[in-house]
Design a protein around this ligand. Structure first.
Ligand code: ZN
Length: 382
């Protein structure tokens, strides 16, 4: 747990918010439990999320830099409600309280439940979830309808999210007397502090039930495998995300669901290289074609086109086929196709070709020792 948040995201201590967000997107896509095969992917992913949450919040980042990793996470743990439970969304130094004054300062440090007044039944939007989807170049070119399958939390049907059967006996929580919060005195780096936190017994509900729901064990939430149909717009690039509204984690206390973000990876394949909306491709021409010029056929993402290779073309020269690249995302028009021409040197010649080439060299005044490995040297020089 001592790995610091900057290392988790692989950024320097003076990284800008933009750099941090960028690093986060990359890491999150790599280590998402739905896409990664690593056993500890979930743990890793949580760390990455935590690191981003803290480092992209100016206030939290300042505290983090000031306190150092260990003291920060310790304070954070004390403030949180056992992770993932109600209030987990607030995270370290959360606390929506507006009371001000002395107690508030310490709530800023040891955050979480302290800032709230009593039981928290406010509707809250669910978390956004993320997943990845790989498509091929053709699908990115045409646009496509794809299915994504993911495991996600969803409201338990059996108890309708309540966490207990409707006929369960209800009892006021004896630990917090129904307030949902408890007071604790803690020894902190700043002295003895009385801290208010969410009651660990009832998890802030203020009530205890004689039975938990058998399907969700009291969480009100279960995991389901969901298959969703997602529309991929033509022209999408690797790393871009599609947002499916309200397909994320369920909200709390009647709040709306979060969103699902689908990060798209476009597998370009072997033939093309993609550079934004432009594509690059290599085409071979023969030595005579390069010398005399010719019209060659070039396969593009949407059919074959003819391209003129002018006389005297050098190996490695690039030609542009305007508007033959990828469609521009949600705009009109297309990028270009860049065709790099490579002149192929034959690695074997028949008798006639050999004579012609010797004559060619002689006509140009070249003095080549043909017997002594002309072809070897020809090959070696390219
Ligand atoms: Zn249930």
């Amino acid at each position: 747990m001592s790995e610091n948040f900057y290392d988790v995201l692989g950024v320097s201590r003076d990284a800008s918010e933009e750099e941090i967000k960028k690093a986060y997107r990359k890491k999150a896509a790599e280590h998402h439990p739905d896409v990664s095969d690593d056993d500890d992917a979930e743990e890793r992913f949580k760390k990455i999320q935590k690191a981003k949450e803290v480092l992209t919040d100016e206030e939290k980042r300042r505290q983090y830099d000031q306190l150092g990793h260990d003291r920060f996470t310790e304070a954070d743990k004390r403030g949180a409600t056992g992770g993932g439970g109600p209030g987990g969304a607030g995270g370290p130094f959360g606390g929506a309280g507006g009371a001000g004054g002395f107690e508030d300062i310490f709530n800023q440090f040891f955050g979480g439940g302290g800032g709230r007044g009593g039981r928290d039944n406010r509707p809250r939007q669910g978390r956004d979830l993320r997943t990845g989807l790989t498509i091929d170049l053709e699908e990115a070119f045409e646009g496509a309808t794809k299915e994504v399958t993911l495991t996600r939390p969803t409201t338990c049907d059996t108890c309708d999210g309540a966490g207990h059967p409707p006929d369960a006996d209800v009892q006021t929580c004896p630990q917090c007397n129904g307030r949902g919060q408890v007071q604790q005195v803690q020894q902190t780096p700043l002295g003895r502090v009385q801290q208010t936190s969410t009651c660990p017994r009832c998890e802030g509900e203020g009530e205890l039930y004689s039975e938990d729901c058998p399907d969700c064990g009291g969480d009100g939430v279960v995991r389901e495998e969901a298959t969703l149909s997602v529309e991929i717009p033509a022209g999408i690039r690797s790393g871009q995300s599609l947002r499916m509204e309200r397909e994320g984690a369920p909200g709390e206390n009647g709040g709306p669901n979060g969103d699902l973000l689908i990060e798209v990876d476009v597998d370009v394949g072997d033939r093309y290289e993609r550079d934004g909306d432009d594509l690059r491709v290599k085409e071979a021409v023969s030595f005579p074609q390069a010398v005399f010029g010719d019209t060659i056929e070039v396969e593009t993402v949407d059919g074959t086109v003819e391209m003129d290779v002018p006389a005297g073309t050098q190996s490695g020269e690039t030609f542009r086929l305007q508007g033959k690249g990828m469609p521009r995302l949600r705009r009109r028009g297309r990028g270009d196709l860049y065709v790099q021409v490579g002149v192929v040197i034959p690695d074997s010649l028949n008798e006639k070709q050999r004579e012609a080439l010797e004559a060619f060299a002689e006509a140009g005044g070249e003095d080549i020792d043909v017997g002594g490995g002309f072809f070897e040297r020809l090959k070696g020089s390219f």
